[in-house]
Design a protein around this ligand. Sequence first.
Ligand code: PLP
Length: 404
Amino acid sequence: MREMRIPFGTITITDKTKKLILDCLEKGRISGGKYVREFEERFADIIGVKEAVAVSSGTDADTLALAVLHDIGGQRGDEVIAPALSFVSTGNAVLHAGFTPVFVDIDPETLNIDPEMIEKAITGRTRAIIPTHLMGKPAAMDQIIAIAKKHNLIVVEDAAEAYGATYAGKNIGTLGDMGAFSLYVAHIITTGEGGIIVTDNTQFAEILRSLRAHGRGCKCRQCISNTNSGFCEKRFSNREKGDIRFLFERIGYSCKMNELEAALGLGNLDLYGEILGKRYHNLRSIMEQFEEFSTYLWTFKEESCERIGPHAFPFVVKKGAPFTRDELMLHLEHQGIDARTLFSSIPTQCGGYEFLGHKIGDFPNAEYIGCNGIHIGVHHDINEKDIDWFLSCLRNFINEREHR
Ligand SMILES: Cc1ncc(COP(=O)(O)O)c(C=O)c1O
């Protein structure tokens, strides 16, 4: 057993973060204000979009992006197409936004929604597709966008795990109508807890700002009342409507980011390039050395039209291997390597979805990954020695299992 653990995620707290947090505490300014706005502006710049709207979690980012549909003709109970394999919150977000998830199986070579199966799932009530770029591997966006255009559907990219990923030269998150990122601590840009939606559509951004604050009539990028307790002229500018701060135009949520979280994020953004580079190096290093295990273990490939966002390293136990996924995971955990399953088939392996009436066998590819997939971290505090340790643990385990 190794003393040192290799955790799945890490966080670097910079001096700048500490300074900004102290500033918030000394001034007593905690709820979303100038630091949240600065974080949104810098995030939008990095991704290359006009607008970014910060919220409390990646799940909220998915939920709010989908809830925008209510402003453009979506009705409660309409359908949203989602991959059967994703972190469960992709499915949860569809339900939280008031829609019915229609799951589509994945392509086992990409881990992402199988584009060939999407059109069969479209009905008269379909309003959107929410592809996940699982483990930073871009979904087949050309095909997905072509289908969406043909059927007049909105595309919300679940880009929670896809920082630094590109597809046909474009940043993931900029290909669909909106992109939703998680800022949870294990992700590449983090605010501790948090999420952010990016879009080039100014109208959508205004709706999102209203949605994150109870559906209020306020849509400003930065709230004067929250930044310097100033008097806001817009609040009472419409005599008929009254105070727009207490005018609730739509069913909203309460999922604003606060200044302390934004301070963490601003410190983190200064290191973005460095962190991304180190993580990508780690991911490529493992991918290149993994070939020796290919008899029993599968991993994804990077195609020439894409760059994988270095979120984590996924691998899957192949049929016929002399061990199970859980035996291998237990072994890695005993050797100090934080190993996680590669999620589950949301409709058939996550209990809360039983009400949809699916049965095991309906999503065979997602279910196979649900029983046989693993992922481990590739973060910037992992070095070549850790990678060698991981590979030697695998080697020893497989040798021992082959000769049993
Ligand atoms: C694909 C995917 N979508 C959504 C989320 C939700 O993010 P959060 O945990 O910030 O709510 C995650 C979380 O890791 C995720 O992996």
